[in-house]
Design a protein around this ligand. Structure first.
Ligand SMILES: Cc1ncc(COP(=O)(O)O)c(C=O)c1O
Length: 391
């Protein structure tokens, strides 16, 4: 059999490889603690589950949904954006449901990019910022995120010939994997850049509801002029422990929303209406749930930061996201450190370069496991470092 060459354009999906390694270790009897994947360990809030149960029992939800989404879903999104971000969204034209943020990221590239076009993508970054554009036949120009720039990309540094061909700019704050939050004035600069360069900005806002110590991550759409140049992708996955449910939306510029929806009418038949109604419950009855989860992640963050510092791995406590972006010890690369903790401690962390070359020297530690397991992981890493030092 012969398969499409586009499948070879991207390396194996990062977490597919991690999952394979975890499975291998588990089969060998190792009690693996995975801090590799950002998949919340705690259940979806009760009101959301109850809403799904009730809606699934109602036969009116059983037929094909529309790609437009239920009016009640779009209204709930608009009300949430208004209350949470101070952003007005027209539910009729400025929002469309997506089957998780990942689908939104990948498919928006298909709606915005032709072969020969360029997508500007942060690096290290979420892998679909690469696979979406490449599958669409476009090129990716990476924007390195470095500690010395507070993990903000240098938009001014994009070469003019690249900027001339660029039609899409991906941004993501709070950021995966670095945990960085947007610097004051950066969204304004991004909107200005998009205007000057005549491109579409897509802000991936997957993590705004996981934030600590009173910090409230903003929406790109709250920036003046943002809706003229772009959209935001939002997901219920992280804030509401709903990764398995596949609920998100694209909101913002009506033309982008319309073209994206046009693409999607050819690719899928929308989101199960019972799931949309569960999404409404998340945004209304379970509106305060992300704050409760953030309190849990904050406790875990502090616990892990302290444990890492204790073993000579100082890391900045992030203001948002369930991730710690930690430097590896001297004498290690991201890969040797990841191998060491997997082999000697049975702990999985994500090597920084799996998110892009600028991730070298870092690993990402996910806080999506119970406190006891985090403590156990930290103590096993400490032991493995002592073993590693003796070896
Ligand atoms: C930066 C970023 N964007 C989007 C997503 C997608 O989440 P989902 O498809 O579950 O909405 C993730 C998930 O890890 C992510 O890290």
């Amino acid at each position: 059999m012969r398969f499409a060459r586009r499948l070879d354009l991207v390396p194996p999906y990062l977490f597919a490889e991690l999952e394979r390694k975890i499975e291998e270790k588990r089969r060998a009897g190792v009690d693996v603690i995975s801090l590799g994947i950002g998949d919340p360990d705690l259940p979806t809030p009760e009101p959301v589950i109850r809403a799904l149960q009730a809606a699934a029992a109602d036969a009116t939800t059983h037929q094909y949904p529309t790609n437009r989404g239920l009016e009640s879903f779009r209204d709930a999104v608009a009300a949430f954006y208004s209350e949470r971000f101070g952003v007005g969204i027209d539910p009729a034209t400025e929002v469309v449901p997506v089957l998780g943020g990942k689908e939104g990221v990948a498919h928006i590239a298909f709606a915005c990019l032709d072969p020969g076009d360029v997508a500007l993508a942060p690096e290290p970054g979420y892998p679909p910022y690469t696979s979406g554009p490449l599958f669409a036949g476009a090129e990716v120009h990476y924007l390195p995120l470095r500690a010395e720039n507070a993990f903000m990309p240098e938009l001014e540094g994009v070469p003019s010939d690249v900027a001339g061909r660029a039609n899409l700019l991906f941004l993501n704050y709070p950021n995966n994997p670095t945990g960085a939050v947007v610097a004051p004035g950066f969204f304004e600069r991004a909107v200005e850049f998009a205007r000057a360069t005549d491109l579409i900005v897509v802000h991936d806002n997957a993590y705004s509801e996981v934030a600590f110590e009173g910090y409230e991550p903003p929406s790109l759409l709250a920036t003046e002029g943002a809706k003229d140049v772009g959209v935001e992708i939002f997901s219920l996955s992280k804030g509401w422990n709903m990764t398995g449910w596949r609920v998100g939306w694209v909101a913002g510029n009506a033309e982008v929303v319309e073209q994206f929806r046009r693409l999607k009418t050819n690719l899928d038949s929308g989101m199960f209406e019972a799931v949309q109604l569960a999404g409404v419950a998340a945004l209304t009855e379970a509106r305060s749930f992300p704050a409760e989860m953030s309190a849990i992640y904050r406790r875990r963050r502090d616990l892990m930061i302290e444990a890492l510092a204790g073993i000579g791995l100082p890391a900045e406590p992030p203001q948002a996201t369930p991730y710690i972006w930690a430097r590896v010890p001297d004498g290690h690369t991201s890969e040797t450190f990841t191998e060491l903790v997997l082999e000697e401690a049975g702990v999985v962390v994500s090597p920084g370069p799996s998110f892009g070359p600028s991730g070298e020297g870092y690993v990402r530690v996910s806080l999506t496991v119970a406190d006891e397991r985090l403590e156990e992981a930290a103590s096993r890493i400490a032991t493995s470092l002592r073993v590693g030092a003796r070896a």
